[in-house]
Ligand binder design. Structure first.
Ligand SMILES: C[S@@+](CC[C@H](N)C(=O)[O-])C[C@H]1O[C@@H](n2cnc3c(N)ncnc32)[C@H](O)[C@@H]1O
Length: 218
């Protein structure tokens, strides 16, 4: 840690984490992912990155950050980005958006698709897929023949871990109780229960493509 005179932060007694380390993380995550952090995020950085500092065998953030930004930075930098993104999501989060889609947007899009036009949706920052699958559910409810027209949903995120979950499409049943029964049956179909989880229906899944995409890259 040498000449680093900045304040010692946080609660992880065995790891050295200073305000200068936080500033480096803050600059880095803004540069690579466009994510803005404030001083209020100091303890969040510690709690989310401490296990990675330990996994790599470092006893302080300074060495960890030197590694992450050094020649081998690619893979470990992605791990850091995964750890620092906030992936809050749920099915039909912000119900008003989905009502507007169904009532005001879908009628024109159905016309367009039926006339041979192309219809595209983008779940930008899709997290673990709940938003994209909610979109697909609304599309199929309004337009059950969507799959036989040029209708597709693209779902993208910078976090590879949440993208893996999204591609699997299996969710804890408890998180789905608030979804109205008619939408639930389209989204999950019959016989989709596996233990305490529900599997997204094939019809819904087939409308959605998940891809890695970072908004701050070209
Ligand atoms: C709070 S979640 C929102 C999920 C979903 N859109 C919803 O509203 O339910 C925000 C998502 O944006 C992603 N994200 C953050 N920075 C990004 C970037 N630079 N490029 C792409 N995705 C990013 C995060 O990984 C996270 O999954």
């Amino acid at each position: 840690m040498g000449s680093n005179q900045s304040t010692l932060l946080g609660v992880e007694a065995d790891l050295t984490y200073t305000s200068a380390d936080f500033e480096r993380v803050r600059t880095l995550i803004r540069e690579v992912a466009g994510i803005t952090m404030t001083e209020a995020n100091q303890s969040l950085v510690l709690s989310r990155l401490a296990k990675h500092v330990r996994r790599l065998g470092y006893d302080g953030f300074a060495d960890y950050l030197a590694f992450v930004t050094g020649p081998g930075r690619g893979a470990e930098l992605q791990v850091m980005v995964n750890a620092l993104t906030t992936n809050t999501t749920r099915f039909f989060r912000e119900p008003y958006h989905f009502e507007t889609l169904a009532n005001e947007v879908m009628p024109n899009l159905i016309e367009r698709a039926k006339n041979g036009g192309r219809v595209r949706f983008w779940s930008a920052g899709c997290s673990s897929g709940e938003e994209a699958y909610s979109l697909a559910t609304v599309v199929l409810k309004s337009f059950p023949q969507a799959a036989s027209h040029d209708v597709r949903i693209l779902a993208t995120d910078i976090n590879q871990e949440v993208l893996s979950k999204a591609r699997i499409g299996r969710y804890p049943a408890g998180g789905i109780e608030a979804v109205p029964p008619d939408l639930r049956s389209i989204c999950f179909g019959l016989g989709s229960k596996v233990g305490d989880t529900l599997q997204v229906s094939t019809a819904v899944k087939e409308l959605v493509t998940f891809r890695y995409l970072n908004f701050v890259e070209p």
